[in-house]
Design a protein around this ligand. Structure first.
Ligand code: KIV
Length: 287
């Protein structure tokens, strides 16, 4: 597979085997979150390997202070739009809080919904040993599961806020055990968030599946929240984010210019209006 610049090639959707091969051959997978049609279309066009319709949409789209209020229906709506825009990209549906904590049966039903209603390629869920039976059941149902350990935003309350994890040997050991449980339960890949690079490396040494990171140093690939790298999200910027643009400033410029133009009569101009067919304006006056 072409893991380089695919902008000029017809893109082929990656499979779990491609992703494993990329890891084994040392090619990094690059992905972002996407919650809407336009963003997903541009991401596919530029050659993004995967798209995550993350429950971070709670903050990035809905303005909640965390991910806990996000519902299964909200995730499905956004994932459907992303799938319509990016038919050839591997799409990850993010199981929101409450969609898998209440039992294996409900977790499987919700994972099935993601596949049937939104056409995902895999689902992601947070936790390690405590969700091992859920990962096992969904995998046994023939669906791909990506684990998520370290800083797990849905349990930010229990973790004392949105803060790095694994900074002591004890905490690091627990995260490594979580990663092993995720792998042993049948997950095909793992996302590690907000841990020191030594912990990420220990995880990579311990399990053979692709290990992706956000705020976890170098690994088999990186994911970033789209609005963070675009410089759109204003509330706060985590230490691990690199801003590649300042779209918030661009938005302000565009909105201000539009407001000025309308208020001073510069918009709409002649080029923006429809004209009646020849002679029809006169006929309108006669009546
Ligand atoms: O919901 C999300 O966007 C996530 C990120 C941490 C990647 O899970």
């Amino acid at each position: 597979i072409n893991t380089g610049d695919r902008r000029t090639t017809l893109k082929k959707k990656l499979t779990r085997f491609d992703l494993q091969k990329m890891k084994d051959e040392g090619h990094k997978a690059v992905w972002i979150t996407a919650y809407d049609y336009v963003t997903a279309q541009l991401a596919e066009e530029t050659g993004m390997d995967m798209l995550l319709v993350g429950d971070s949409l709670g903050m990035a789209v809905y303005g909640y202070s965390g991910t806990v209020p996000v519902t299964m229906d909200q995730c499905i709506y956004h994932t459907e739009a992303v799938r319509r825009a990016a038919a050839n990209t591997f799409i990850i549906g993010d199981m929101p809080f409450g969609s898998y904590q209440t039992g294996v049966d409900e977790a499987c039903r919700n994972a099935v919904r993601f596949h049937k209603e939104a056409g995902v390629d895999c689902i992601k869920l947070e936790g390690g040993t405590r969700v091992a039976s859920v990962i096992r059941a969904i995998s046994d149902g023939g669906m791909l599961v990506m684990g998520h350990v370290g800083l797990t935003p849905q349990s930010a309350g229990a973790q004392g806020g949105f803060r790095a994890q694994g900074r002591t040997a004890e905490s690091a050991r627990a995260i490594i055990e979580d990663a092993k449980a995720v792998y042993e339960s049948g997950a095909f890949s793992l996302l590690v968030e907000g841990v020191p690079p030594e912990v990420t490396q220990a995880i990579r040494d311990a399990i053979p599946i692709p290990v992706y990171g956000i705020g976890a140093g170098d690994c088999d690939g990186q994911v970033m929240i789209c609005s963070d790298i675009l410089g759109l999200f204003q509330a706060f910027t985590p230490k691990f984010v690199k801003r590649y643009g300042n779209l918030a400033e661009e938005y302000r410029k565009v909105f201000s210019a539009y407001i000025d133009d309308v208020r001073n009569g510069a918009f709409p101009g002649e080029e923006h209006v429809y004209r009646m067919a020849n002679g029809e304006a006169d006929r309108l006056k006669i009546k």
